[in-house]
Design a protein around this ligand. Structure first.
Ligand code: SF4
Ligand code: SF4
Length: 506
């Protein structure tokens, strides 16, 4: 609607919805007002249909861009190849359960290095805390998978059934061939998207081209079809059918995020000091004697959560900022400055009322704390990744018996030594014991004293039974700390594992 349309609108009449001709932007009985009148909110409320109106603007453009990037990352990543040489998969990102490995481009995480995943999760959590402290629920509004897929499903709904007014009309219309056709097409496209989502997920767990061929020729493992089925169902139901209910009732984050924000956090806010009391638009009105909100309800019509931001901060608000775009468009049409709804802080809300200039405090104790923790965890992870070895040794001392006295009076301990070779080539190693100068080492299956040439396959683990014996006169205590050292034959790599040598009480 342009200014001329506005002028044509009857005196005192609010801006109407283009197609429906109803007041307040087509907000009829079905959605926002009903949702907003929740004085005593029940634990769960049956879904009230919401028909968000399409909107153009800065934040909508950002959301389209984020949606395109995140979906592209999700669907295309399994198809990126990464040459790791012979004997290694060439898929850049791969969760290889059979090989017990997680590949991420040049990083290769073994099961015993799962602490890297823990570190990543800690980093993700602190990053989320920091972003929330700075700008509220931007994660929810822009990048959360629930938001991205719901946005995609709404886009399809708009293409097939039309914008808000047409969708409301279609919803109220009696069953007809046209209605069935539109609904069928919409749900079929949703199911296709959901299947593609489930399909892309399983490609992260196997070689994508091979798995695709196996899936198409029905030769893939049953678990692959089961995973696709479950993800198809959840994507379709969460993104297409339940939508905002997931954010309001199923996701714990809205409840938690309140602890991350403070009065300096940027949140989507309605500037009531500039907008209230709201009044319908009148032609040739004097803006010096009234406030800016013309009660057109466009901000409500575009809201995917069906709420009215003018009611203040609400649990349901995912900070998608589409109401900012809607209101900015209205302000442009009526010739008022944009920003009646905007990213704002509670501090600035009060400062404006006192006539003080706005201020933005990014450096606050909590943001500094979160940033510091991100820095510390990030640096620790980076250093440990850079310095990580491709050789590991794990030593287990026999529990029973703890030691054996041999016929010649010497004391012998038994160990299981596991050598992990993370190289993509097989290697040979020799063993040594530090801390027991007179130790005699023997490896089961070898001549006594032969401690070299121990083969370990590429990307593999080999275990050896090892006996260490010392004359009892060499023991200075019942328990002696020792180090089992593994050295590659060419001396290129060395790994130690601390252990103990046990003998009788002295
Ligand atoms: S109130 Fe505004 S920012 Fe919040 S969910 Fe609705 S449209 Fe998005
Ligand atoms: S805040 Fe803006 S979009 Fe919402 S009713 Fe007022 S003028 Fe219209």
């Amino acid at each position: 609607m342009n200014l001329i349309d506005l002028a044509k609108t009857a005196e005192m009449a609010p801006i109407g919805d283009e197609a429906s001709g109803t007041a307040v932007g087509g907000v009829e009985t079905s959605d926002a007002e009903a949702v907003n009148r929740k004085e005593n909110r029940p634990l769960y409320q049956a879904r009230v249909k919401i028909f968000p109106k399409a909107v153009r603007g800065r934040y909508r453009t950002v959301k389209w861009a984020v949606m395109a990037v995140t979906l592209a990352i999700y669907y295309l990543t399994p198809w990126i190849r990464w040459d790791r040489g012979l004997n290694a998969p060439d898929q850049a990102v791969l969760i290889d359960f059979s090989g017990q490995r997680f590949y991420f481009f040049f990083i290769e995480i073994w099961p015993q290095e799962v602490y890297y995943i823990t570190g990543l999760l800690i980093l993700a959590a602190f990053s989320l805390f920091l972003i929330t402290a700075l700008a509220g629920r931007v994660w929810c509004g822009y990048t959360c998978p629930q938001t991205v897929w719901t946005d995609l499903f709404l886009l399809v709904e708009g293409w097939v059934e039309g914008d808000r007014a047409q969708r409301i009309r279609l919803d109220k219309a009696p069953l007809s061939a046209a209605k069935i056709a539109r609904r069928t097409i919409k749900h079929l496209i949703w199911i296709l998207i959901a299947m593609a989502t489930g399909g892309a997920w399983v490609f992260y767990f196997g070689d994508a081209p091979t798995l695709l061929r196996d899936l198409v020729t029905l030769r893939a493992e049953p678990v692959a079809y089961a995973a696709i089925g479950v993800l198809t169902f959840t994507t379709y139901s969460l993104g297409g059918l339940m939508r905002e209910q997931v954010c309001t009732y199923m996701c714990p984050w809205p409840r938690i995020q309140g602890a991350m924000t403070d009065e300096d956090s940027l949140i989507v806010s309605y500037k009531d000091d500039r907008g209230e009391p709201r009044q319908p638009f009148r032609k040739r009105q004097d803006w010096s004697i009234r406030k800016d909100c013309i009660d057109c309800n466009q901000c409500v019509a575009v809201c995917p959560m069906g709420i009215d931001i003018r009611d203040g901060q609400q649990l349901e608000c995912i900070t998608c900022a589409l109401c900012i775009d809607a209101c900015d468009n209205v302000m442009a049409k009526i010739g008022r400055p944009r920003g009646l709804i905007d990213y704002d802080t509670l501090v600035n809300h009060d400062r404006r009322k006192r006539g003080e200039p706005a201020r933005l405090r990014l450096l606050r104790p909590r943001t500094v704390l979160y940033a510091g923790l991100i820095l510390v965890v990030g640096v620790v992870m980076l250093v440990s990744l850079i310095t990580r070895s491709t050789l590991d040794v794990n030593v287990q001392h026999d529990r029973n018996p703890l030691y054996v006295r041999l016929a010649d009076g010497s004391i012998r301990n038994g160990y299981t030594v596991k050598i992990l070779n993370k190289d993509h080539a097989p290697a040979r190693f020799r063993l040594a014991v530090d801390g027991l100068p007179e130790a005699a080492i023997s490896i089961v299956g070898r001549e006594p004293g032969v401690v070299g040439d121990l083969p370990v396959p590429a990307d593999g683990l080999a275990g050896f039974r090892v006996y260490v014996a010392v004359p009892s006169s060499a023991l200075t205590g019942a328990t002696l700390p020792i180090d089992i050292r593994v050295v590659e034959q060419d001396g290129r790599r060395v790994a130690n594992s601390p252990s103990i040598f046990r003998g009788p009480e002295r």
